[in-house]
Ligand binder design. Structure first.
Ligand SMILES: Nc1nc2c(ncn2[C@@H]2O[C@H](COP(=O)(O)OP(=O)(O)OP(=O)(O)O)[C@@H](O)[C@H]2O)c(=O)[nH]1
Ligand SMILES: [Mg+2]
Length: 591
């Protein structure tokens, strides 16, 4: 099998290109540092199987941050048949330096000049034949996103792979620095690149005058976030109701008759345990999907990088920088990839501090719990505001923690942010990306949820003599045992059980509630309305937000930090926030 690696600066479209040629689904986004790990996919080219490897972007060789080291280790250890260097044509002057460094590796190389569409739009022209000759490398021009130039690429790669032999770099050379390479770059640019003398004020500039406005930038940002939640509720609620209706109709007319002959207890486990538990989680799929559709627009349009820029000053007061802010936003999807995303940071302390705060980000699993309680206990016009307040609480907890620990993890890593141009997200990418995230959500949920709901069902139905979910059941006893801790913050025994399962995965919480109260959808909603008032619900939600990250997050923190002590700190250091702060807040709210 032949091996081909994709390399280049961050945000040049390597993953877009990789996905397009191999049909894989690597994460793509208008943000430098999207890919932090190797991703591979196989493809038949001509008559030989070729393995493509998508690498994290690098600015420089030798690199300093964790993801750049990944690339170096890769180059040192992997025999390659071909190196494909992806270049953003519109920034070719800045990217030639890296290309020249890579030439020092003396590997067979194909240069892909990407973003041909933007180059044309900006009036950047490259004399490919001439540049290719001067560099002694094959070169093609493409647009990875819109699919131009692929026939030429396929022709070229077939030619290059036809009689290739894998070669390994024998110890990395002493790379010339970008300063040392500057004269050479200048000469190449002069000879074969045509850049318009003055860029006309593009749409990006015009939009940035609004979105990065000194005073209005931040309010606009919060307004956009508010609209996002409003949109999720507006579109998501009817979809969710429809889903509930279908699931419960299916249960009544099809499932109930099928299991009617089974023993009562088993019927209960199947219908009220597994089906209701899993079904209740499933009704949130439309909302989660909408959330990711909107987030993909925010991310892929380039607005996420603007958010980093806007927040940078504020973040630096807390020992973090704009990138940490973006990671927190990414953590709104799932904390795990956000934690891995911190690999773009060079300073280990900055990484640790960011990893300490990311788990406070209100991830989609917690979102699902909140959506459930908010829809149940708050009026429709209050709902978006309540959710917004939880997002603000999430930020506040993250920032507060950073502020408390910034002394312990002080660093002075300079932060240079690349602000990419605004790009129109394609509908195809929006759906692909959201589908991918949804699969992850369902994957994580299904890992635990069936086992989780069975366990909850057993706990709430044993010993068999006791009334289900009453104080005499195992769950009831456990809840009562823990009650002294939770009563002061207004969380009742049933909810305590749900919280315990939430430690494994937050996805289980709502399913667990359905089983604990022995009810599904609308009945569950009514039961909650009877048992829980809004203050209790808010308290419960805050607690769910703060108490502890889920198991996968804890495992990722352990792996990324390689530090057990830190992992313990990141789970238990939050204890301080829980009791006192939540209590205080609730007392104020309840007057
Ligand atoms: N206009 C245009 N945009 C593109 C093209 N190729 C990629 N993009 C966009 O550029 C952004 C970055 O794409 P990615 O594929 O994530 O870039 P990457 O090189 O893998 O980035 P890192 O993983 O961060 O190093 C995304 O918003 C893409 O949609 C292209 O040919 N034209
Ligand atoms: Mg990438």
């Amino acid at each position: 099998m032949k091996r081909v690696a994709l390399l280049g600066m961050p945000n040049t479209g390597k993953s877009t290109f990789f996905n397009r040629i191999t049909g894989a689904s690597a994460r793509v986004g208008n943000w430098p540092g999207m890919t932090v790990e190797l991703m591979t996919a196989k493809l038949l080219i001509g008559s030989s199987m070729v393995e493509f490897i998508d690498l994290p972007g690098i600015y420089d060789l030798p690199g300093l941050s964790e993801d750049e080291k990944v690339v170096e280790r890769f180059l040192e250890n992997m025999p390659l048949d071909l190196l494909i260097v992806v270049v953003n044509t519109t920034q070719i002057e800045r990217q030639l330096g890296l290309l020249l460094q890579l030439r020092q590796l003396q590997l067979p190389t194909l240069v892909v000049l990407n973003m041909a569409d933007e180059a044309q739009q900006f009036g950047v022209k490259v004399d490919i034949e001439r540049l290719s000759k001067s560099l002694g490398m094959s070169m093609v021009s493409i647009s990875a996103k819109y699919g131009q130039g692929y026939p030429a690429f396929h022709q070229e790669i077939q030619k290059l792979l036809a009689d290739s032999t894998p070669s390994t770099v024998q110890g990395l050379p002493h790379f010339l620095s970008h300063e040392e390479l500057a004269p050479q770059v200048d000469a190449l640019v002069k000879q074969s690149v045509e850049v318009p003398l003055q860029l006309s004020p593009t749409l990006t500039h015009k939009l940035d005058r609004i979105f990065l406005h000194h005073w209005f930038g931040l309010p606009i940002f919060f307004f956009i976030m508010y609209l996002l939640f409003q949109g999720i509720f507006l579109l998501g609620t009817p979809l969710q109701d429809g889903m509930e209706w279908i699931l419960s109709a299916f249960k009544e007319s099809y499932l109930a008759p099928v299991v009617a002959d089974l023993p009562k207890a088993l019927q209960g486990l199947l219908l009220d345990g597994i089906y209701d538990g899993v079904g209740t989680v499933a009704t949130f799929i439309p909302m989660i999907l909408l959330f990711f559709l909107f987030m993909t627009v925010v991310e892929d349009s380039g607005y996420l990088s603007r958010a980093a820029f806007l927040m940078d000053v504020l973040m630096s007061k807390m020992g973090l920088d704009g990138r940490s802010f973006v990671m927190i936003l990414m953590g709104f999807g799932c904390n795990v990839p956000a934690l891995m995303g911190t690999r773009v940071m060079q300073s280990h302390r900055l990484r640790l501090l960011s990893m300490l705060v990311i788990p406070f980000a209100l991830c989609s699993a917690r979102l699902q719990v909140f959506l459930f309680f908010i829809a149940t206990l708050f009026k429709p016009d209050q709902a978006p505001l309540v959710l917004l307040s939880l997002y603000i609480a999430s930020f506040a907890a993250a920032f507060g923690t950073a502020y408390l620990f910034k002394g312990k993890f002080s660093n002075n890593e300079p932060f240079i942010l690349e602000i990419p141009p605004y790009r129109l997200p394609t509908v195809r990418h929006m759906f692909l990306r959201s589908w991918l995230e949804l699969q992850h959500f369902i994957g994580r949920a299904s890992n635990f949820i069936v086992v989780g709901v069975i366990l909850v069902w057993v706990l709430t139905h044993f010993p068999p003599a006791a009334d289900p979910a009453s104080a005499e059941t195992l769950a009831g006893r456990l809840g009562n045992f823990l009650a002294p801790i939770f009563e002061p913050i207004g969380i009742e025994a049933q909810l305590v059980i749900a919280l315990m399962f939430g430690f494994v995965a937050k996805e289980i919480v709502v399913g667990a509630l359905a089983v604990i109260y022995g009810l599904n959808d609308s009945h569950l909603t009514q039961a909650i309305v009877q048992h829980v008032d809004w203050v209790q619900a808010y308290s419960f939600m805050l607690f769910t937000l703060l108490y502890s990250p889920c198991l996968s997050t804890v495992a990722t923190i352990r792996q990324e930090s390689q530090n057990l002590q830190f992992t313990v700190l990141s789970c238990c250091g939050r204890l301080g926030w829980r009791g006192e702060y939540v209590l205080c807040f609730i007392k104020v709210l309840a007057g």
